[in-house]
Design a protein. Structure first.
Length: 181
């Protein structure tokens, strides 16, 4: 859980464990809802989640992020700005998370400055959207996803993958047809 953030002592790991809450969610259960202010970070122990906002004009969910086991899921803008969330974080399947409340994270940082390494979680997601939206063709987006997070393609339906990559499902089908496996 902490390997992606840095090195922590056994005492710090134990301290963190005392501040984590285990939550079990059923499929389609909401973990963090749009309109509410996010107060937690979630480590996915089991299952998967998707983050989306509702496009009222075409009445569809626009996927902004996909999360699988071993990752942290955060409603970033709401958590950092302490403003109502624009996106909802929802369980794609029966799942288990470990929840770290923002207040508890502040307490941990007061005890050990190493917990400031959680800032890495708050900075990384910002890069994904700009990267996928501006710099890559549909084929490049899909190939990048294949190379960096193939578990997403194994977990989520192609319609969700297409929305996540900001391309139409038909375009994703054409891209997949042109890939030599």
């Amino acid at each position: 859980m902490l390997k992606q953030l840095g090195n922590f002592s056994d005492a710090e790991i134990h301290l963190l464990d005392n501040h984590l809450y285990t939550r079990h969610l059923d499929k389609n259960e909401i973990l963090d809802e749009s309109g509410s202010i996010s107060t937690s970070l979630f480590y996915i122990v089991k299952g998967s989640f998707y983050q989306y906002y509702r496009n009222e004009y075409v009445e569809e969910e626009i996927i902004t992020d996909l999360h699988v086991e071993g990752e942290w899921a955060i409603n970033l803008q709401s958590l950092v700005m302490q403003q109502p969330a624009k996106a909802t974080l929802k369980a794609f399947e029966k799942s288990e998370v470990r929840e770290l409340k923002l207040q508890d994270l502040h307490e941990l940082i007061a005890v050990s400055q190493r917990f400031l390494q959680f800032n890495k979680l708050l900075n990384a997601p910002n890069l994904k959207m700009d990267f996928y939206n501006e710099n890559m063709s549909p084929a490049e987006k899909y190939n990048h996803l294949l190379q960096t997070k193939p578990q997403l393609i194994q977990t989520f339906p192609l319609s969700m993958i297409a929305s996540y990559l900001k391309i139409r499902p038909e375009t994703l089908s054409r891209v997949r047809a042109n890939i030599a496996f």
